[in-house]
Design a protein around this ligand. Structure first.
Ligand code: 5GP
Length: 129
């Protein structure tokens, strides 16, 4: 079981943003910006391009709804999207509020947020959904 499957199962806590029968969204614990969210399929697949066409399309539509809510909650130029998957072998889309290209650099220092701040970020996105 991947760490993300354990999060989805509720075995490991997270700051949940959204969920449906196939997908789950929660805050990245090492955010590049306030609102940095991960969208994952409940199906345990490592490489995103191993998902079926239908699942990949549905994941992107789910991510779109979350991205629209992130942009409402955390006004930005655009919400950027990235797929790396170098650390956690469970497919996921990063959604990151950005003001410029530099905001998408994963080598940037990560924000250190207190639990109450994470809670407030997740709540703001949920309210905007
Ligand atoms: P990637 O696999 O896309 O290279 O990076 C994995 C991402 O997942 C990282 O941005 C990392 O901060 C995040 N991450 C790893 N473990 C956890 C975790 O246990 N909880 C949360 N919320 N995020 C995690």
């Amino acid at each position: 079981m991947t760490i993300f499957s354990r999060i989805i199962a509720g075995e490991i806590p997270c700051y949940k943003v959204a969920e449906d029968d196939r997908f789950f969204a929660f805050l990245d614990i090492n955010p590049l910006a306030k609102g940095h969210t991960l969208v994952v399929p409940k199906q345990e697949v490592d490489y995103i391009f191993d998902l079926s066409d239908e699942d990949l399309a549905a994941m992107q539509v789910f991510a779109k709804k979350v991205a629209i809510a992130i942009k409402k909650a955390f006004p930005c130029l655009k919400v950027g999207q990235a797929v790396l998957g170098l650390e956690v072998p469970h497919a996921h889309i990063h959604l990151i509020p950005m003001q410029s290209e530099k905001d998408m650099l994963f080598s940037n220092p990560k924000l250190k947020l207190e639990p109450e701040e994470f809670q407030a970020v997740a709540e703001a996105i949920r309210q905007a959904l």
